[in-house]
Design a protein around this ligand. Structure first.
Ligand code: FEO
Length: 397
């Protein structure tokens, strides 16, 4: 049980999930997570902002009991995904007068996912207000962060913006606020990379919209709260911008040493030219680390051996994810080795359809790399360096 007051009559009533290590059976959670739920006690109404994952609903209800909450008038659903909505049915059972307040799209999803009946909903439109007496909630529709129904809720009098997934971080911590900024920055960046990156153009619009709000606190539904909102707003502005860094991400797999020899050679050349290199051995790396590196990198090098005529399965998975996450890469190249043939090159190229990138001439070698192959890699390093010199002139710090 962790009840904490954020502002007078505004409480954190969520749950920390210290042990969770996988989200959506897909995303690694090295630092656990939290499901933040907030209670606002107005003079004429009580509202709960989002709930928690169903595995933690007993913690939410215990928190409400600790606060001696006998009546909840509104459950605000900013997002239909079950890690925030999954405890709504239990709350509706415990508080029979409560209505689920959300937008039309989210209502449809909550009906489908949680079988909440129609009469328990109160739908709101973009910009609509809900008064709790001395506290006023304003609803801001912000679709596609990261589902189509997402919205934000702004508590006018206390200047708190409840953003659900947006600005969140998968970080289990005893600190309510983002005190350890370097740790929170890493977690929030990983979260952005894995969940929000495909929607950076939508986020850009939402950021423009909330720029007009006076915000003292950003309260997301995962990870610590930001009592200095500029910290996370500035980080997001950087991540969603079109600017890239003088960085090369190398995703690689090597079965018998040929591809790793090529990778090592290329790494050394690029370092020698002043290019920052981030290599990831896909058989060992956490895929979240790779996603994070892709937030700012200018170039991706895909380095794979050929297995059964195609790229290594670990590489196929990684390239599929890169394509789905749509990082702002400018350049991609492919290097690797084959034993007796195959279509690895065509396969990888064909999987990167979402990326608007220039493909720099690949280097694919037969067997172990030989003198002419090292020459081709040197040329590749020159080509990458040449392009990155232009990027450096964009004055990215
Ligand atoms: Fe934290 Fe999209 O749920």
């Amino acid at each position: 049980m962790v009840v904490r007051e954020i502002k007078p009559s505004v409480y954190y009533v969520g749950a920390i999930d210290w042990d969770r290590r996988l989200f959506d059976e897909l995303i690694p959670l090295p630092d656990g997570t939290s499901y933040n739920s907030y209670l606002i006690m107005g003079r004429e109404g009580v509202a709960l902002i989002d709930t928690v994952d169903p595995t933690k609903e007993h913690e939410l209800t215990a928190n409400l009991k600790e606060l001696k909450i006998e009546r909840i008038d509104y459950v605000i659903a900013n997002h239909a995904e079950q890690d925030h909505s999954g405890a709504i049915p239990r709350i509706l059972e415990l508080y029979p007068e409560a209505k689920v307040v959300t937008n039309e799209k989210c209502k449809g999803m909550l009906r489908d996912l949680l079988l909440i009946p129609d009469h328990r909903f109160l739908t709101v439109k973009d910009g609509e207000l809900l008064s709790l007496g001395n506290k006023t909630l304003e609803f801001i529709l912000a679709p596609w962060v990261h589902w189509p129904e997402t919205m934000l809720t702004y508590l006018r009098e206390d200047k708190i913006l409840f953003t659900c997934d947006l600005f969140g971080s998968h970080l289990a911590t005893s600190e309510l606020y983002a005190i350890d900024e370097s740790k929170v920055y890493e977690s929030a960046k990983r979260y952005y990379a894995e969940i929000m990156m495909p929607f950076r153009f939508m986020i850009r619009k939402h950021l423009e919209r909330i720029e007009n709000l006076e915000i003292e606190v950003i309260a997301p539904s995962h990870g610590p709260i930001y009592n200095e909102p500029e910290f996370i707003l500035n980080a997001y502005k950087e991540w969603i911008s079109d600017k890239v860094r003088n960085e090369v991400v190398i995703a690689y797999v090597s079965m018998h040493g040929s591809t790793s020899k090529m990778v090592q050679y290329l790494i050394d050349l690029l370092i020698g030219k002043g290019v920052r290199v981030k290599p990831f051995n896909l058989t060992r790396t956490d895929i979240g680390e790779l996603a994070m590196a892709l937030v700012d990198a200018a170039t991706l090098v895909v380095a794979s051996p050929t297995v059964l005529a195609n790229a290594h399965p670990a590489m196929v998975y990684a390239v599929y994810l890169v394509n789905a996450l749509r990082p702002k890469l400018r350049y991609v190249t492919i290097i690797g080795s084959y034993g007796w043939g195959g279509r690895m090159l065509e396969q990888i190229r064909g999987m990167l359809t979402n990326l608007k990138v220039e493909v720099i001439e690949p280097v694919i070698v037969e067997g172990y790399p030989k003198e002419e192959d090292f020459k081709a890699l040197s040329k590749l390093a020159d080509e990458i360096h040449k392009r990155h010199e232009l990027i450096k002139r964009e004055e990215w710090t």
